[in-house]
Design a protein around this ligand. Structure first.
Ligand code: ZN
Ligand code: ZN
Length: 273
């Protein structure tokens, strides 16, 4: 304990780096450039939630039965079989995802991968998989950015779970529409049929862990799941770091829109729906 305090003290002097979210000096020798107060702002998504898509329920009363389903999952709305997210897409988490997305903070990708691995290992039977696939960017976008943020999470996750990473398997064939803000319906339309599997890749009867940074409407995971199932995959298990709970309201939405305007970079997720 004393040694740890001493090391933390030393670290804060040697690596006097500010927290990349709030700017306070980091006091502990953390693997990621985010302070403990900001980490505490991440709101983990816990039960009760839809057993299938992971949509959080507002009250326990709504979640009847042992494996409650939401309205959409009761009619098998989504093409994926399960989806879960680490935390609510609030201000702190959106800042962290911006770091991952625009500044390629890879250590943060590893930290998020560890959180997603916890979800998988908690129900290791239901979540058993053969391959890990990141949701791809359109090739043009990928070229512009130089990397795919979903892959920054998928790669360490695959390593942690000792699974094969298949980052070339899915391709986004249709770019996102140029308009900055998309309604929910437009978003669904924009991703419909936007993904395909690479011809040379075999997915017959495989269970796929599909990874993305944020789940908003579920449209992206759904479109990817359709393409993978068309190619023969048997089960699609979606995992995202963040999950948007109330898109149209709250300070986070305003911040995200502002950021989108400043960066001038339209994106399919999740700033512009
Ligand atoms: Zn902080
Ligand atoms: Zn559901």
């Amino acid at each position: 304990m004393i040694l740890k305090t001493a090391l933390d003290g030393l670290a804060s002097v040697l690596f006097a780096a500010p927290c990349r979210i709030c700017g306070h000096t980091l006091t502990s020798a953390s693997r990621i450039p985010i302070c403990e107060n900001c980490l505490a702002e991440f709101e983990r998504i816990v039960d009760p939630m839809c057993h299938c898509c992971g949509r959080p329920f507002v009250s326990v009363a709504v979640a009847e039965g042992r494996q409650p389903l939401c309205r959409l999952c009761r009619v098998n709305f989504y093409a994926f079989d399960r989806a879960r997210s680490f935390a609510t897409y609030n201000d702190a988490l959106s800042e962290a995802i911006v770091l991952l997305k625009y500044e390629q903070v890879t250590r943060l990708g590893t930290w998020f991968a560890d959180r997603l691995a916890e979800i998988v290992l908690r129900e290791s039977d239901e979540w058993r998989a053969d391959i890990v696939v990141p949701v791809p960017l359109h090739p043009e976008r990928r070229r512009e950015r130089g990397y795919n943020q979903a892959e920054l999470i998928a790669r360490p996750l695959a390593k942690r779970l000792r699974l094969r990473l298949e980052s070339q398997l899915l391709v986004r064939t249709k770019p996102r529409p140029a308009q900055l803000v998309l309604s929910r319906t437009e978003h669904w339309k924009s991703v419909r049929g936007a993904y395909a599997t690479h011809k040379s890749c075999k997915v017959d009867n495989l269970r796929v862990l599909l990874i993305d940074d944020v789940l908003t409407t579920g449209a992206t995971l759904d479109a990817c799941a359709r393409a993978l199932k068309k190619a023969g995959a048997s089960v699609i298990l979606g995992l995202t770091v963040g999950r948007v709970r109330s898109w149209d309201s709250g300070p986070a939405a305003a911040t995200r829109r502002l950021k989108a305007d400043i960066s001038g970079e339209p994106d399919e997720r999740p700033q512009h729906q």
